[in-house]
Design a protein around this ligand. Structure first.
Ligand code: GLC
Length: 742
């Protein structure tokens, strides 16, 4: 683990130890407690608690005056003057909201994601926040789960690289500087595999799957020097993560040597008795403290029972000291004891949501949108980009077309709706002179099942040259505790598409959602589909610029899109199984002859009623440009532990526009100590290629890149035959083979 500031860590350790030696038992217990804010009010109770040294952190307070006051009380009125950690869910922006993390992941752009986190940290720290509960790096393959919106996709390699970028953005080069926040890798671990996609549920995951798929992003977070971890609510293999010694001690402390602080999730220590792991709060305190959860978020099991457990010799003061040291160490690393202004009210707030930040949010939204379909029309032209010169009237239809709030997405406590610009407003802003822009919602909300708004929408579209529909889910339909058993377009939106399609005009469909939706039933009714996720404050201008060709779509899917919900879980890196589905053995149920013999159908791993492929594969995304991949070369056909190989490919931009392409490198390990996926992403590069020109893209593949955890759950690099693809998504690409001699 490389730590960019080892010197300050040693100093922090020394200072924390000397402070610890002055603390009373109650002051030590106080550091373990995170309390909830009171919406800008510093209550007498909170004053008293802080003054007595019984509070280590405050969560969900964002009022700058209140934060300056609670810090002042902690520093000036408590006996030892220990400042507070001020935590907040700054997940994808603070005042300026960036696309939801799943959308940001579709940019496959570390630079963009780092910049977004930097801006979020700058804005949040201005009001006095010094700790964010992000990045959320749970791997999931279940879009029914509302929290897929917050994650960085289904793949450990993509997720890991974006995790490191986000942590770097939040924490900066020096945690003690004013604009830095302590980041928090969450939710450790296994939350994303929650059964049936319901939140707070349980997951049964083999250790091998955990080590090969679920844990790598968390390991990357440790290597990226993340300051804190958060334990998950969820039950992993019968033990809720907030009481899992295997996760918090064996993996996190012993194997990965993580030195930072671990905070529980909201009440997740108290929840242990609800899970049925413990009988009461005292047992819960024991289980979590023994596992290694340092700070308790809002519930008070530690506060109420830690001393009692020590008196019963169930917990020791040495255990308490190690927990407190990690908390104090973080406060020193953050510079809260030094007069860096981080505990005082800032002089100015005017740059919250400034033009520079808004421009960055727009850039992120442009890169996050994924073009899924772009039909060629009867006139031989592509549906998109729309030609403004040929447009004298445009109809903008749908419940999300003019909703500056909903486009910001989930987890936007502190977003400023006044800064947010909707699609409809952005289009009007651009076309105000020579084009008539008409707007109709068609349905009152995405969930509305009534058709009484259809007539207005049809009237709006009837005489328009262009029709843009903006459909999807309101932000409340994804995010924490907002899971759906049916992930099609809610309400009467599909019927609205049918009604508008009756007009026989080209339809551009923009979808705003916090997850992949099952949209297979409408793809043949529209001519172009731009998937915008929830694009944030500048979603409207970003989408407008993409629709009119001022920007070129470049996003690629960070998650697989199922055809139907019954395919879930479906993801590109599936195992082969003993009877893989192929086109030759797939028989659709509609084609099964009557009285077909049991063995007459393809005996394979598929469903009878849907093709075994996804609607859109991981890594897929179209551009207005056309790229041709040529000349795939390997510097050598053999990789050894001492000699990596360089994989190079030429990407030719055949079009007359400059554009970005995200080049992806996948491998397949044909035979393994445990079965291996049919494809695994190992590298990717976003490259900008000028019109009518080529770019040579090189990526290095090492033996370690090909390692995995085997049947004894130790990491191994195993000799063998490999297939390799380099291309535009997980279902295509130029092919090569090589061997690995470990
Ligand atoms: C929530 C979430 C967690 C969040 C925390 C504080 O319940 O699970 O991701 O950081 O509580 O809001």
């Amino acid at each position: 683990m490389t730590n960019p500031h080892p010197q300050s860590d040693r100093q922090a350790d020394t200072r924390a130890i000397s402070l610890l030696n002055e603390m009373t038992l109650h002051e030590k217990i106080g550091q373990l407690q995170q309390v909830n804010g009171n919406g800008g009010q510093v209550t007498e109770h909170l004053r008293s608690q802080i003054k007595q040294g019984l509070v280590g952190s405050v969560i969900n307070e964002v009022n700058a005056d209140a934060l300056a006051e609670v810090q002042r009380i902690a520093i000036e009125e408590s006996r030892l003057g220990i400042p507070l950690l001020i935590g907040r869910d700054v997940i994808h922006g603070f005042r300026t909201i960036f696309p939801i993390p799943l959308g940001q992941a579709a940019s496959w752009c570390e630079e963009t994601i780092k910049q977004g986190a930097e801006i979020a940290a700058t804005e949040a720290s201005i009001v006095g926040i010094n700790w964010t509960f992000a990045p959320m790096i749970d791997i999931t393959r279940d879009p029914r789960w509302g929290r897929i919106a917050e994650c960085l996709g289904e793949d450990p390699v993509l997720n890991s690289r974006l995790t490191a970028a986000m942590i770097s953005g939040f924490q900066g080069e020096d945690l003690s500087s004013r604009g830095s926040l302590a980041a928090c890798a969450k939710h450790f671990a296994g939350y994303g595999y929650t059964e049936s996609g319901k939140d707070y549920h349980y997951a049964n995951i083999s250790e091998n799957e955990l080590r090969n798929v679920v844990l790598p992003p968390f390991k990357t977070a440790v290597e990226a020097s993340v300051a804190t971890f958060m334990s998950s609510f969820s039950d992993l293999n019968g033990i809720p993560a907030s009481a899992s010694e295997w996760l918090m001690q064996d993996i996190l402390r012993d194997e990965w040597q993580f030195k930072g602080m671990v905070v529980s999730d909201w009440g997740s220590i108290k929840d242990l008795s609800t899970h049925g792991l413990t009988a009461n709060d005292k047992e819960s305190a024991y289980e979590s403290a023994s596992a290694g959860i340092d700070m308790e978020m809002v519930s008070t099991c530690y506060q109420n029972h830690f001393i009692e457990l020590m008196e019963e010799n169930k917990l020791s003061e040495a255990q308490l000291d190690s927990m407190v040291l990690r908390i104090l160490r973080l406060k020193f690393q953050l510079g809260l004891f030094d007069d860096k202004g981080k505990t005082k009210k800032a002089e100015r707030f005017d740059h919250l949501g400034n033009d520079e930040f808004l421009a960055a949010a727009k850039n992120a939204a442009v890169k996050s949108c994924v073009l899924l379909q772009n039909n060629t029309l009867k006139n031989g032209k592509k549906t998109l980009p729309l030609n403004v010169a040929d447009t004298s009237s445009i109809a903008v239809i749908g419940p999300l077309a003019d909703d500056a709030y909903e486009q910001m997405g989930t987890w936007i406590f502190d977003g400023d709706e006044a800064l947010s610009i909707s699609v409809s407003s952005a289009i009007k802003e651009t076309l105000k002179d020579n084009t008539q822009v008409k707007f109709a919602k068609g349905v009152s909300t995405s969930r509305c099942n009534k058709h009484d708004g259809f007539a207005e929408a049809i009237e709006c579209a009837k005489d328009a040259d262009q029709v843009v529909m903006v459909l999807g889910e309101e932000s409340i339909l994804s995010g924490e505790a907002h899971c759906r058993s049916d992930i099609s377009l809610p309400g009467a939106q599909e019927a609205l598409v049918d009604a508008i399609a009756e007009l026989g005009k080209p339809i551009v469909l923009v979808i705003m959602a916090g997850r992949p939706l099952t949209i297979a039933s409408i793809t043949n009714k529209v001519d172009a589909i731009l998937y915008a996720w929830h694009p944030g404050t500048m979603g409207g201008p970003a989408i407008r610029d993409l629709l009119f060709g001022y920007e070129v779509p470049s996003g690629k899917l960070p998650v697989t899109f199922p055809r139907v919900i019954g395919q879930i879980p479906i993801y590109y890196s599936q195992k082969n199984s003993g009877r893989p589905a192929t086109d030759s053995n797939f028989v659709h149920q509609n084609d099964i002859p009557l009285r077909a013999a049991q063995t007459s159908l393809g005996m394979a791993a598929n469903h009878l009623d849907v093709h075994f492929t996804p609607l859109y594969p991981f890594g897929f995304g179209l551009s207005y440009a056309e790229f041709e991949y040529k000349n795939l070369e390997l510097s050598c056909q053999k990789i050894t532990s001492k000699a990596p190989i360089t994989v190079s490919v030429e990407v030719f931009n055949k079009s007359d526009i400059d554009a970005d392409e995200i080049v992806q490198l996948y491998i397949r390990d044909l035979v393994g100590n445990v079965t291996r996926p049919i494809k695994e992403l190992k590298h990717f590069k976003r490259v900008s290629i000028k019109a009518k020109s080529s770019k040579k893209v090189e990526m290095t593949l090492s033996a370690k890149d090909l390692g995995f955890y085997g049947r004894d759950n130790t990491f191994l690099v195993e000799s063998g035959q490999f297939h390799l693809w380099v291309g535009a998504d997980s279902s295509s690409g130029l092919f090569a083979e090589f061997v690995l001699e470990a």
